[in-house]
Write a protein that binds this ligand. Structure first.
Ligand code: ATP
Ligand code: MG
Length: 628
């Protein structure tokens, strides 16, 4: 394992030499003068004075060698359509989109809000913004009017790009009425909206404000829009975090650092090379969609698959069918999608030829040991658990097969990624923890290229939120618990705000979940801390069983609950025993697969569950209500 650790050591000890070398992966219109300026901690500026452009590097740079090769492969099982855009096609569409933006007065530094489903125009407009130096703010299509209005007011866009509707499970979901409401609710709405009419639901355009994309596109199809070269630290986009734990924060990304970091990650972490095909099933509204549907693969000369649809429609083999049809080399998905597949016929996993596929990457939430193991065994492919955040833009902890193949361990996202000086820090003393000691996962600044440069419009909040957690040191806090074992493997143990305090004992709900999940009857679970007059808090567990038949016998529920209690007692101690174990058939989750803990806790405490617009399946909440 020498090599991977040595590589990491170099990236930390001699970071300037390391990143100056990696920076050669991209085109610099003007070379940078200094690799790093860290004169104003914790604000880091990478590749100072260098001028570059994300769109040029993702599109134009590959036109000489790959004009006729696939660049963007769009697959929609929602509207049953597939379009393959070559790099030349992509260049044409992006130039047209850039010309549309310019015609509407969008200039460098202006924000453009993109509120679109998984359609190619989302990528066209993101790249078009990058081309002219405008800052995109993509808002996940699942957000409704209120969230959208909040983001409009924070980003103050010059223009919004949207559509008549998305589609989910074959049913259209109107976007336009939500957009109209949001614009009405916000105090900084733009004067112009460009609408992609998919013909899914009728939509009325507001005269003087709304413009039809197809009409504008036809007019600009042959446009050649010059690239606006940005200084490396100038912002490329703002993206709001999921808001799982609190108020979403507008993560601001730079230009040069992001390009270099993503390009390098495509090789070192994802084992990709120009010409390869990459498929991330994330929505463009999330960070994975930014980094690994749009920018990463394209920057590295790879083709990217953009998928509109669910993992189970028309059947649970659809992801594998896409892999076969398009010779996908690396697939990036989320543990939640895999848990869903686990409930379907395993034969579906063998229906397609997966010989092109090297590895499967999963991120976004903890990958439990059983799910990871199950997937790698049925597919006989390596499964790479990678841990990161919207803030970091690319993985913090991950196997790095492009550096060195190392044995992975289920339940662990392996080792720190080069560039990230990751520590486990004791929150009370502020000191580094030893092996097997639980603490907060933290990153010693300067943060590497590609990580957030600040919170949009709020430097003070950036410093306070991320660098104000530990006494006596200014270290970035991920707000996740973790530990490193004796062999140097890292484990994520849950979010710091998911810790519950039962009669003075601090317990991670995630550790209890892991124990619940080891029971063979359990498919997945959520454990939350609920206010209790006597103990302060108690744990309440919600378990989804592999099959409902398990509950059909008399007394099965009590028997199973008792068995699960025993497992928890053995693994976490009697103090961790949940006050109640309840059975449901689904957990309330966001569409990116994160369990909506806020909402579950609120229901348990008989409070209003609050904002639920990102929920995947509202009936899951009713089940929680009923179970209680
Ligand atoms: P907010 O910060 O607004 O509450 P969020 O943290 O859910 O939202 P993201 O940035 O999308 O928004 O999620 C990052 C978080 O997801 C991590 O901090 C971690 O808690 C969790 N996570 C991501 N990948 C993994 C992983 N491989 N293993 C465990 N947890 C993960
Ligand atoms: Mg977070």
């Amino acid at each position: 394992m020498q090599k991977i650790h040595e590589f990491h050591r170099q990236s930390i000890q001699d970071k300037e030499a390391f990143w100056a070398r990696e920076a050669q992966r991209i085109h610099w219109q003007t070379p940078f003068e200094r690799t790093l300026d860290y004169s104003r901690p914790p604000f880091a500026r990478w590749f100072v004075g260098g001028r570059t452009n994300l769109c040029y590097n993702a599109v134009d740079r590959w036109l000489d060698t790959q004009a006729d090769q696939p660049a963007l492969i769009w697959v929609s099982t929602e509207v049953e359509q597939e379009i393959v855009y070559t790099r030349a096609d992509l260049a044409r569409e992006v130039n047209a989109a850039a010309a549309i933006l310019q015609e509407q007065g969008v200039v460098k530094g202006d924000r453009v809000l993109v509120y679109l489903p998984m359609i190619p125009q989302a990528a066209f407009f993101m790249l078009a913004c990058a081309r002219i130096g405008a800052i995109h703010s993509v808002v996940f299509g699942g957000f409704a009017a209120h969230n959208l209005a909040q983001r409009i007011d924070d980003a103050r866009p010059r223009l919004i790009v949207s559509t008549d509707a998305g589609s989910r499970g074959g049913r259209p979901i109107a976007y336009k009425p939500l957009l109209d409401q949001a614009i009405q609710q916000s105090s900084h709405a733009p004067e112009r909206v460009v609408l992609v009419d998919r013909g899914l639901v009728p939509m009325t355009l507001t005269a003087g404000r709304d413009l039809d994309y197809a009409t504008l596109r036809a007019r600009h199809l042959d446009a050649q829009v010059p690239v606006v070269w940005l200084e490396s630290s100038e912002p490329s986009y703002v993206l709001y975090t999921s808001g799982t734990t609190g108020n979403p924060k507008g993560v601001q990304r730079d230009t040069g650092g992001y390009a270099v970091a993503l390009c390098a990650s495509m090789e070192y972490i994802f084992g990709g090379k120009p010409g390869d095909v990459y498929f991330s099933s994330s929505d463009v509204g999330w960070v994975v969609g930014h980094s690994y549907v749009v920018y990463g693969p394209l920057l590295n000369g790879q083709a990217t698959v953009m998928y509109e649809g669910t993992p189970v429609r028309p059947d649970a083999a659809i992801l594998w069918k896409i892999v076969e049809d398009h010779h996908v080399n690396a697939l990036f998905s989320a543990p939640t999608a895999i848990r869903v597949l686990k409930k379907h016929d395993p034969a579906l996993l063998h229906r397609h030829d997966l010989s092109s596929l090297d590895r499967i990457y999963l991120a976004g939430e903890p990958l439990d040991e059983l799910t990871g193991k199950w997937l790698s065994e049925v597919l006989n492919k390596p499964v790479v658990d990678n841990y990161w955040q919207t803030e970091t833009g690319w993985p913090i902890l991950s196997a790095q097969p492009g550096v060195q193949e190392v044995p992975t361990r289920f339940g662990s996202p392996t080792f720190p990624v080069y560039g990230f000086d990751v520590r486990v820090v004791d929150e009370t003393t502020g000191r580094d923890c030893g092996p097997n000691q639980k603490g907060v996962v933290a990153i010693e600044p300067p943060l590497p290229p590609g990580a957030l440069s600040t919170i949009w419009g709020d430097d003070a909040r950036f410093v306070k939120t991320y660098f104000g957690s530990f006494p006596g040191r200014m270290t970035y806090s991920t707000s996740d618990w973790g530990l490193v074992d004796d062999d140097g493997y890292w484990y994520i143990l849950g979010r710091t705000d998911d810790v519950i305090n039962v009669a003075g004992h601090r317990l991670g709900t995630r550790e209890i979940e892991e124990s619940v999940n080891t029971h063979p009857a359990v498919a997945e679970s959520a454990v939350v801390g609920v206010a209790d007059e006597i103990k302060g808090q108690v744990a309440v567990a919600f378990a989804v069983l592999r099959s409902q038949d398990l509950l059909s016998e008399d007394g099965a529920q009590d028997r199973l609950a008792a068995e699960i209690q025993r497992v928890i007692e053995q693994r976490n101690g009697a103090v961790a025993r949940p006050a109640r174990i309840l059975f449901v058939t689904a957990l309330p989750k966001t569409r990116s697969g994160k369990v909506l803990r806020r909402a579950i806790v609120a229901l348990c405490e008989r409070r209003d569950p609050g904002d639920l617009t990102t929920i995947e399946d509202p009936s899951a909440l009713d089940q929680i209500r009923q179970a209680l």
